[in-house]
Structures are given as C-alpha cells and as structure tokens.
Design a protein around this ligand. Structure first.
Ligand SMILES: Nc1ncnc2c1ncn2[C@@H]1O[C@H](COP(=O)(O)OP(=O)(O)O)[C@@H](O)[C@H]1O
Ligand SMILES: CC(=O)N[C@@H](CCC(=O)OP(=O)(O)O)C(=O)O
Length: 303
C-alpha cells in the first residue's frame, strides 16, 4: 500500500468511527437517566482483559448519564476455592446446595475478593465504584429457598433442601438510589441477610433480577458465557416472549445455569422491568453494543 492509499484507508476508518458515534445519538437519548442493572457472571469475567473491557463499558455508561447497578456472580471462582478446601459441592437446577461451611466460603469469595476486584477495575477506568453485598442496609432480605421436584417413579413432588440458598423476599433499594443519583457506581455481591441473622447464598441472576424489579430498572442485562439463549437446534434466538421461555423450559431446551436466568427475566418483567437481555459477556463491549447501537446483542426477552 503506498502513502496515498494508506491515508485514504485511515480516513475511511475515522469516518466509520464518527458514523458509529453519530448513530449512538438516539440510543443515548433513549437511555438518558435510565437505570440499567448489569449482572456480570463468573464465566464472563474469565480473564483480566475481559474484566478491563467490562469496567470501561460501565464507566462509559455512567459518563453518558445511564446509571449502571452492577451485580456479580463468581460460581467458577467459588468452585476453585471449595476445591482447595476439599469441600464438595453440587448444583440443583443451576443453584448450589449450600451448607454452613460452604456459605462461609461463598461470602468470602463473593463479597471479598471478587467484589473488590470489580470495584478496583471500574475505579482504574476513572469510575467511582462502591462495593456492597445484600447485607448492607438490608438491601436483600432472604428466606430459605425451596425447590420441589417430581419423583419420576412415584410421581410425588419431593421437597429438596438447598441449605442456605436464599430467595429474596424483601428488597430495600434506597441505598442504591443514593449512588445512582450521584456519580458512584454500586457493585453488589449476591449475599443476602436472613431475618434471624443468617447469611444466604443467592444465585447472582436471582439477586440481579430482584434488584432490577425493586428499582423498576429500564433494562436488565445478564452477561454470561454463551451468545444467548439457544433453541433445540443450538441456534441463538434473538427474541423471546415469556411464553416462548416457558415452552423451551418445559421441553428441557433451557436447562442448568440458564434456568435461573430465564426465571429471573420473567420475574423481573412481572415487577415492571422494561426488558431483559441475555448476552455474551466475553464478547468485547457487549453492553455498549446492546445499549447504544442498532445491532443489539444476545437474546432479548420482552412481552
Ligand atoms: N438453551 C440454552 N441456551 C444457552 N445456554 C444454555 C441453555 N441451556 C443451558 N445452558 C447453559 O447455561 C450456561 C450459562 O449458565 P451459567 O454457567 O450459570 O452462567 P454464568 O456463570 O454466566 O451465570 C451456558 O454455558 C450453557 O451451558
Ligand atoms: C445459590 C447459588 O447458586 N449461588 C451462586 C452464587 C454465584 C453465582 O451466581 O455465580 P455465577 O453468576 O457466576 O453463576 C453460587 O454459589 O455459585
């Protein structure tokens, strides 16, 4: 490529960048002042570069007067720590059976190391993040979650004991308003408080949905490690209604870790959240693409 060709190619790149910025205008106007709850899953935060990109997107959102509330997971990181401590762990429908020893490790990993890593990553990008857990200011009060499953032989519903897995029953989001109304960015670990002083392990998606519902957030973004919700053929579906979600779950197409996400989506929408998007947190700038471009990303769940 000679000098003239090179400079023409560079001008084309700049123009494309300027066009992208200009095309963001209607989206910036639509989300001006909006509250967006972003769940950052343990798989999505797999490496330092992914964490840095995520933090940069969150700071950019806040700079554009969109108010992010970050709720994080950390399932794989909890697994690693439990393994080091030789504590066995199992999941039922995407939720970790959590005994007394496990809940101590869960709180340590989520409200400690991971929460502070995300806070630091956001602050490194020029944001002002504040870390909290659901215990702070009674943000998320829980009761013991119950799970029933039909025994295939007897056809009788059996109650399964998940231990200290929490189901949010009361959310007090006033403390988050203090942050979203100023230039702080709250980062919430999914640990809940019980009415009798218990510590509860809440699935990260469930916690994000409970907060989004209580705040009547405009959008709930669930960042994970797949491109979106897949159908029976394994293709990502770009849009689903609540009825589609129920059908895919009954058919067993939505399974495992995807169940808490889609359940959360339906609950959050019942509580007034505009729409829920399940998207690939490993894809560069997934949040920005979803909010500020016409392309969108992942699976949009909307009535
Ligand atoms: N229909 C489906 N579409 C996409 N992923 C699905 C589906 N059913 C089950 N999954 C599983 O759900 C996983 C996402 O849940 P999870 O591992 O808990 O994510 P995270 O750690 O991000 O919360 C996917 O990696 C995939 O294995
Ligand atoms: C009850 C329950 O399952 N809690 C989760 C909390 C972390 C989480 O949700 O992490 P991801 O978002 O990375 O999956 C757990 O113990 O793994």
């Amino acid at each position: 490529m000679d000098f003239m060709e090179k400079s023409t190619a560079m001008k084309r790149d700049w123009l494309a960048t300027a066009r992208t910025l200009s095309e963001a205008l209607p989206y910036l106007q639509r989300y001006d002042g909006a509250t967006v709850v972003v769940k950052f899953g343990g798989h999505a935060m797999s490496d330092d570069a992914a964490m840095e990109r995520f933090a940069r997107d969150i700071v950019l959102m806040k700079q554009c007067n969109v108010h992010p509330v970050v709720v994080h997971g950390g399932g794989p990181q909890i697994n690693q720590m439990l393994e080091r401590l030789s504590i066995k762990s199992e999941f039922i429908d995407g939720k970790r059976v959590t005994d007394k020893a496990t809940v101590e490790v869960v709180e340590m990993v989520l409200a400690g190391r991971i929460n502070k890593q995300i806070v630091q990553a956001i602050n490194d990008q020029g944001g002002r993040a504040v870390g909290l857990s659901g215990k702070d200011a009674n943000l998320i009060v829980c009761e013991k979650a119950t799970k029933t499953r039909k025994d295939p032989e007897s056809n009788i519903e059996k109650v399964l004991d998940l231990g200290f897995v929490g189901e949010p029953v009361e959310v007090n989001p006033e403390v988050l308003k203090v942050f979203t109304d100023s230039d702080f960015i709250p980062v919430v670990a999914p640990i809940g408080t019980g009415r009798n002083g218990e510590t509860f392990n809440i699935n990260g998606d469930t916690a994000a949905g409970a907060l989004a519902g209580a705040m009547k957030a405009d959008r709930l973004l669930l960042l994970t490690d797949v491109a979106g919700v897949k159908d029976a053929e394994g293709d990502v579906v770009t849009r689903l209604t609540p009825d589609d979600v129920r059908r895919l779950t009954d058919q067993g197409v939505i399974a495992g870790g995807m169940i808490p996400k889609t359940e959360t989506a339906l609950h959050a929408m019942e509580r007034g959240v505009g729409a829920v998007v399940i998207l690939d947190g490993r894809a560069p700038h997934a949040c920005l693409l979803e909010l500020f471009t016409e392309h969108g990303a992942g699976t949009l769940i909307k009535a």
